[in-house]
Design a protein around this ligand. Structure first.
Ligand SMILES: [Zn+2]
Length: 354
C-alpha cells in the first residue's frame, strides 16, 4: 500500500494548493516539478497549459487534466472594506454561505470569511429562502476601502476556498478541488509509471487551464498538438449517497474508475466507440475494476478536444466523487490509484487501436 500512500500525499498537496480558473500558476508549478523527471520535454503554451511530452514512435496520445478549480474574484471593494465578488465557475450558492476563503492579493494571501445578513433580522419569508451569492460579501477584517487596498486587495484578485485535506474512514478522503486535482494526480502517477516502461506511443501529458469556465485550455492545446487520440482525466458524480438515486447515477465510489460512453446527455461527449473499446479492454484484460457511464449532467475537457480540427477520438477516465463543486468533495483513494493504472495499461496497448 506504499504506492497508494504516495498518491494520496500528492493529491493532498494538490488539493491544499490554490488555483482558480485563469490563475492556475501554483498548480502548474507543482505539476511541472512532479512530472519533469518522467518526461523528455516540458513547456507552457501561450494559454498557460503545461505540456509534458514523453516521446515514442506513435501513435500520439493526449492525456488532459484540468488544473483549475472553481473560485471567486473581487469585483468591487465597498467603502467599509467589504469585498463583493463574482463566481468563477459553477457554484451552487448555498455552498458558499459561511465559508472561509483566501484572497490572493499582490502582497500575498489574506484570510477572509463569506458573510451575509444575519438570519435573526430577516423577514420570516426570507429566512426560508437560500441566500444568493449576490447578497453575500467577504470580510477580511479591513477598516475601510483604503485599508483593504493597502492590504493588497484589488479588483481582479482571485479568491479560493480555505479548506484542508482530511482522511475519512475506510480509505475515503475529503478536500476541496478534488475536481480536478484528482485528475492531475492521476496523470502525474500514470506518467511516473510509464517512465519505467517501454512504450510505443508518444504521450502528451497536458495540464489544461480554464476548464471550469468553458473547456478552454483543452481546446487550444488539442489544436496545437493534434493527437491521434485523447483521454481527459476528471471526476464524476456517483449515485451512492442520500439525495440521489441510482437512476440518476449508477456509479459508486470504491468501485473503480469510470469510462465515459456519453456525458451531458450526448450534448457534451459521445465518446468514439473505438476509444471506449480500447479503454474497456485495457481494464478487463488487467482485472482493473471499472464502471461504464452514460451521464446526463456535466461534461469535461474531452468535449472540446473531440471537436478540435477534423475531430479527435476521445473519452474520459474519471474518479467517482461525492459532493462535486463543494469544499468537501469525497473520493476513495483506491479509485484514484486504479484510474492511474488504467491509463498506464491503455497507453501500452494504444498502438493496436490507433
Ligand atoms: Zn472537472
Amino acid at each position: 500500500m506504499v504506492i497508494m500512500e504516495q498518491l494520496q500525499q500528492l493529491l493532498e498537496k494538490l488539493s491544499n494548493a490554490h488555483g482558480i480558473s485563469g490563475s492556475e500558476g501554483s498548480i502548474k508549478d507543482i505539476m511541472e516539478e512532479e512530472i519533469k523527471p518522467y518526461v523528455d520535454e516540458i513547456r507552457t503554451d501561450k494559454m498557460g497549459n503545461l505540456i509534458a511530452t514523453k516521446k515514442g514512435t506513435g501513435p500520439t496520445i493526449m492525456l488532459a487534466s484540468h488544473m483549475d478549480e472553481i473560485g471567486l474574484m473581487v469585483k468591487y471593494i465597498d467603502d467599509n472594506g467589504f469585498l463583493r465578488f463574482v463566481k468563477i465557475g459553477g457554484w451552487f450558492d448555498p455552498t458558499l454561505h459561511s465559508q472561509r476563503v483566501i484572497v490572493h492579493t499582490k502582497n500575498g494571501p489574506l484570510t477572509g470569511v463569506i458573510g451575509s445578513k444575519p438570519p435573526h433580522v430577516m423577514k420570516d419569508e426570507d429566512r426560508k429562502k437560500p441566500v444568493k451569492a449576490d447578497d453575500m460579501f467577504i470580510d477580511i477584517g479591513a477598516k475601510d476601502k483604503e485599508d483593504a487596498e493597502k492590504l493588497g486587495v484589488e479588483v481582479g484578485s482571485p479568491i479560493s476556498i480555505d479548506r484542508q485535506f482530511a482522511k475519512l474512514a475506510n480509505g475515503k478522503i475529503t478536500g476541496k478541488a478534488f475536481d480536478n486535482r484528482a485528475g492531475v494526480a492521476m496523470l502525474i502517477d500514470a506518467m511516473k509509471q510509464l517512465s519505467k516502461m517501454n512504450v510505443k506511443a508518444t504521450v502528451y501529458a497536458v495540464g489544461t487551464v480554464q476548464e471550469e469556465v468553458g473547456l478552454k485550455g483543452a481546446r487550444t492545446s488539442a489544436f496545437g498538438l493534434n493527437p491521434d487520440v485523447a483521454i481527459a482525466t476528471d471526476v464524476t458524480i456517483p449515485g451512492d449517497h442520500p439525495g440521489i438515486e441510482k437512476k440518476d447515477s449508477a456509479l459508486e465510489i470504491g468501485k473503480g474508475p469510470v469510462i465515459t460512453i456519453v456525458d451531458g446527455g450526448g450534448r457534451g461527449l459521445i465518446a468514439s466507440p473505438v476509444v471506449v473499446k480500447w479503454l474497456r479492454a485495457a481494464a478487463e484484460s488487467n482485472n482493473i475494476p471499472h464502471q461504464m457511464d452514460v451521464g446526463d449532467g456535466g461534461t469535461t475537457d474531452a468535449t472540446s478536444i473531440h471537436l478540435t480540427r477534423e475531430g479527435i477520438p476521445s473519452s474520459v477516465i474519471s474518479v467517482p466523487t461525492r459532493y462535486i463543486h463543494s469544499p468537501v468533495e469525497v473520493i476513495d483513494i483506491s479509485d484514484l490509484q486504479a484510474s492511474a493504472d488504467l491509463i498506464v495499461k491503455a497507453v501500452k496497448t494504444a498502438y493496436k487501436y490507433f
